[in-house]
Design a protein. Structure first.
Length: 325
């Protein structure tokens, strides 16, 4: 009997350990441990995002880039040490908003030291910034813990590049458990924000290495870009709106640009090269903004739960740019 009791206790301990390390995210995770946390984040975003509305797109992009490497664990925030971190990978060299997240973290730490993760702050700030600039809202269950590994090569290999073709996009999204519907919806975030010319100037000046223009890009639009914006292939300072005329409005304008062959990136044009994604682009464009918001919310919620660390996994960083030890 004693032996049976021992094994029962052992089984219970193992199950408890499994549950604690594989806990699920939940809405209001900090309700008891730090009840003011989400309000602190929301209020900070509300008070400051109007001073730099383009930061909403930047924070959403940060959330996306974070989740595509080792899951949504705040690893994109870590500074390089002896190891080159994600932050220094080519896809992340133009990511903005690190100081914004650090300022939020300092406020939350003052309220509840070592309780709220940097990973959750990214997810919440991204949502709140979009809401406060008039875009859709979505549920953000919390309880993510911060990763302690950040690798430049992994970021380079896993984050879709502006030059990605359809096959690459499909593969990279599938690797994260995201389907073609998610691909089209999350690409719709390009309805806000800006880009440097160097992210797409090869389409204007040297698409195949022969000084040519990308034939999938509307020729009149390409001409205007070369004349008014990106006057040479190496222009790394000029900023171009991804959705001209409504870069700060979360609307259906992006899909309209794609259909007109005026998406800035090869990855935008790639959505028209597959029958399924092309059909989805047209469906969202012809549907209501409320339908787009609802579907976008589902995909961003799905993305926000990619390979999250919960329970006893990872840590709660005191400073988002550094691991605790």
């Amino acid at each position: 009997m004693g032996g049976q009791s021992y094994y029962k206790v052992l089984i219970i301990c193992v199950v408890a350990l499994f549950v604690s390390t594989h806990a699920q995210l939940e809405l209001g995770f900090y309700a008891k441990s730090c009840p003011k946390a989400e309000n602190i984040i929301t209020n900070f975003v509300h008070d400051h995002i109007h001073n730099a509305p383009s930061l909403a797109a930047a924070l959403l992009r940060m959330h996306f880039h974070d989740c595509f490497v080792r899951g949504c664990d705040g690893s994109v925030l870590l500074n390089s040490t002896s190891n080159e971190a994600e932050k220094d990978a080519p896809p992340n060299l133009t990511v903005r908003g690190f100081d914004f997240i650090d300022r939020i973290k300092s406020l939350v730490e003052a309220e509840c030291p070592s309780v709220v993760s940097c990973a959750d702050i990214i997810a919440l700030a991204a949502r709140d910034s979009i809401v406060h600039t008039g875009g859709p809202s979505w549920k953000v269950p919390t309880g993510r813990r911060d990763g302690v590994i950040s690798n430049k090569t992994e970021a380079t290999n896993n984050i879709p590049a502006p030059s990605s073709n359809f096959t690459t996009l499909q593969t990279l999204f599938a690797n994260q458990g995201l389907d073609l519907n998610d691909l089209v919806l999350l690409s719709g975030a390009h309805t806000i924000g800006i880009s440097l010319c160097t992210s797409f100037s090869n389409r204007l000046y040297n698409f195949t290495g022969k000084g040519d223009e990308d034939p999938s890009l509307d020729s009149e639009y390409a001409k205007n870009l070369k004349t008014l914006k990106c006057k040479n292939i190496n222009d790394n300072t000029t900023i171009v709106e991804m959705d001209p005329g409504s870069r700060n409005t979360f609307d259906l304008g992006y899909y309209s640009q794609v259909v007109k062959r005026r998406g800035l990136f090869e990855s935008d044009a790639a959505l028209l090269t597959n029958s399924t994604t092309k059909s989805l682009v047209n469906q969202f464009l012809q549907g209501s903004i409320q339908k787009f918001y609802a579907e976008f919310a589902k995909s961003i919620e799905k993305m926000g739960q990619i390979n999250v660390k919960t329970g006893t996994q990872g840590e709660i960083r005191k400073h988002c740019a550094f691991i605790n030890s």
